[in-house]
Design a protein around this ligand. Structure first.
Ligand code: TYF
Ligand code: FE
Length: 379
């Protein structure tokens, strides 16, 4: 069984006036990585992100280094330790490279902290102000699943490139953007029977509402299963699906993630484009690897989704998947894991009306993931 709630329904459930945690958008996503300099080169060269800001020895930071990259509204921060020990090393040791911070852009970071901690959030960072010649930024933070955290960023009194403590990163090497626009959703994988607990966290602590729910009957193949619920904030700008493993005949992809990540964490970031054919062509040309589905998928897909604006040939050539709901259709494709551990991957998505998540593609997608698991010997 799956339930669909429209954005109109959502407004009734979470009236704007009563939103105690108004979120303006995703501010940045910070990954803790083993070698930020080379990771930055990967996101610049393969993904078309532009260098924006830098902090490290040159800016007076002694223990870590951070590179900030941006493509339209998507901002990534890549951070590596410069010394042994400390939290960043511990994070990398436990999880490999992965997302530490999903930073949320707010108008009032102090109120965001108070409202969420009052409702049961575990504090990560008390409201703190940082200043430089470009103004001041207020930060605060709370823990979410695993070792992942949310940092609230209030930047209305700041005019600098990124944040205080960073210098502009002017690199002569430039790459063309690949057409990525904004983060459509970010998915968390949590442990056995933990999905409801974390959905309740987003509902109670952050005022989110449940948009959609998929159980193991919606999303199980012959072999593996998972359950998923999509949580959304009041204005619908932030969507966080939460997955948990379900018992199947073989090992769930979610369980594989939890094993290799050593706990709960961000599984995928879905990046929106308004021309998926151009975006995916550019990414493939630059060596980004995507999951593939059998050619037979394209023999029946139009019977399922009806007429679409695009020609089927380039979609088939690139391996792009199609799905439709009451409001329209969507095009999506998934990369292979982008790290050595089979943990994080990316989704590229173009919405043409549809506000759902590609339920009609789940079977083909999960079978593609299983083929990869089989090659790794982890299924
Ligand atoms: O975010 C979603 O719900 C879709 C489908 O392990 C999906 O992208 C769900 C679970 C999963 C991979 C993709
Ligand atoms: Fe997704």
């Amino acid at each position: 069984m799956s339930t669909n709630i429209t954005p109109q329904d959502l407004e009734k459930v979470v009236p704007q006036a009563e939103d105690f945690l108004p979120l303006l958008g995703t501010d940045y996503v910070e990954l803790y990585v083993g070698n930020a300099k080379q990771a930055a080169y990967y996101y610049q060269t393969a993904w078309g992100f532009e260098p924006v800001a830098y902090a490290g020895l040159e800016t007076g930071r002694k223990d870590s280094v951070s590179y900030v990259l941006q493509q339209d509204k998507i901002r990534l921060v890549l951070t590596s330790p410069l010394q042994p020990d400390g939290d960043i090393n511990k994070h990398i040791n436990a999880h490999g490279d992965g997302v530490k911070v999903v930073a949320l852009w707010v108008d009032d970071a102090t109120k965001s902290y108070e409202e969420t901690v009052k409702r049961g959030a575990e504090s990560y960072l008390k409201p703190t102000t940082q200043k430089d010649e470009n103004g001041s930024v207020v930060f605060s933070g709370i823990h979410t699943y695993g070792e992942t955290v949310h940092i609230f960023v209030e930047r209305k009194n700041y005019k600098g490139t990124f944040l205080p403590g960073y210098m502009p990163w002017n690199k002569s090497y430039k790459t063309e953007p690949t057409g990525l626009k904004f983060i459509d959703h970010m998915v968390g994988n949590v442990g056995w029977n933990e999905m409801n607990k974390w959905c309740e966290f987003y509902a109670k602590v952050m005022g989110f509402a449940q948009l959609v729910s998929f159980d193991d009957k919606d999303i199980s193949t012959e072999y593996t299963a998972l359950m998923s619920k999509v949580m959304s904030n009041g204005n619908g700008r932030i969507k966080f699906p939460i997955n948990e493993p379900a018992e199947g005949r073989k090992k769930s992809q979610i369980e594989e993630y939890i094993d290799f990540y050593n706990g709960a964490g961000v599984q995928h970031m879905a990046l929106a484009t308004d021309n998926i054919i151009e975006t995916v062509s550019a990414l493939q040309d630059r060596g980004v690897e995507f999951l593939t589905v059998p050619a037979s998928y394209y023999e029946t897909v139009l019977d399922r989704v009806g007429e679409i604006d695009e020609d089927l040939a380039p979609l088939k050539e690139l391996g792009i998947l199609i799905d439709r709901d009451d409001e329209g259709y969507l095009l999506q494709i998934f990369t292979k894991p982008v790290l050595d551990r089979p943990t994080m991957f990316f989704e590229i998505i173009q919405r043409k009306g549809a506000q759902s998540f590609g339920k009609g593609n789940f079977k083909a997608l999960f079978e593609a993931i299983e083929r990869e698991q089989q090659q790794r010997g982890t299924l």
